[in-house]
Design a protein around this ligand. Structure first.
Ligand code: GAR
Length: 186
């Protein structure tokens, strides 16, 4: 069973979809580690419910990104992690983590990249007035939301409510992330 890590900063619905797929046997993998940079984030309780080990850290307690990423690399190595899945991890991956795990880190982003990079993709797309939204899964490199695209799925929406785009997008995310991780681990 291949060991994967999931990184999250908030709610963790994607984390839960992946954990549930592992538990059901739809995904032949084990989440060996959940990494969270926001103490108190709801994803932490989700990991506890699944009995998944967490590394929760406060970036402000470290001298900088290199210091906390060195700690993360040590934990990923210790758990023999094959694939790192960013799932709402709202931090830019730095050189320390990229040097150690580059080519093994993927991210899910709530837009059809290369449109609407960054932390407010859905709000930016709604403000722009687009009529087709989507989800992208891509390799992580040193460019913000700029690595090679692995999978995309689009959906039409003609309204102007960002919450509705998030809702429809998350249904797709939960399926697409599990399917994509399964393919990559094959
Ligand atoms: C997801 O919709 C993901 O696409 C987005 O954060 C959400 C996390 O939801 N990621 C980004 O915006 C990255 N730039 P979750 O915590 O419920 O999985």
């Amino acid at each position: 069973m291949k060991a994967i890590a999931v990184f999250a900063s908030g709610s963790g619905t994607n984390f839960e979809a992946i954990a549930q797929a592992c538990a059901d046997g739809r995904l032949q993998a084990r989440i060996a580690l959940m990494v969270c940079d926001v103490p108190g984030a709801p994803v932490i309780a989700r990991a506890e419910r699944f009995g998944i080990e967490s590394f929760v850290f406060n970036p402000k307690s470290y001298s900088g990104k290199a210091a906390y990423e060195a700690e993360i690399v040590r934990l990923l190595d210790a758990h023999d992690i094959q694939l790192v899945c960013l799932a709402g991890y709202m931090r830019i991956v730095g050189p320390t983590l990229l040097q150690a795990y580059g080519g093994r880190i993927i991210n899910i982003h709530p837009s059809l990249l290369p449109s609407f990079k960054g932390a407010h993709a859905v709000e930016d797309a709604v403000a722009y007035g687009v009529k087709v939204y989507g989800i992208t899964i891509h390799w992580v490199n040193d460019q913000l939301d700029g690595g090679q695209i692995i999978a995309q799925r689009a959906f039409p929406y003609e309204g102007s409510d960002p919450a509705e785009v998030h809702r429809q997008g998350q249904v797709i995310e939960h399926q697409l992330y599990v399917e994509t991780i399964a393919k990559l681990l094959q």
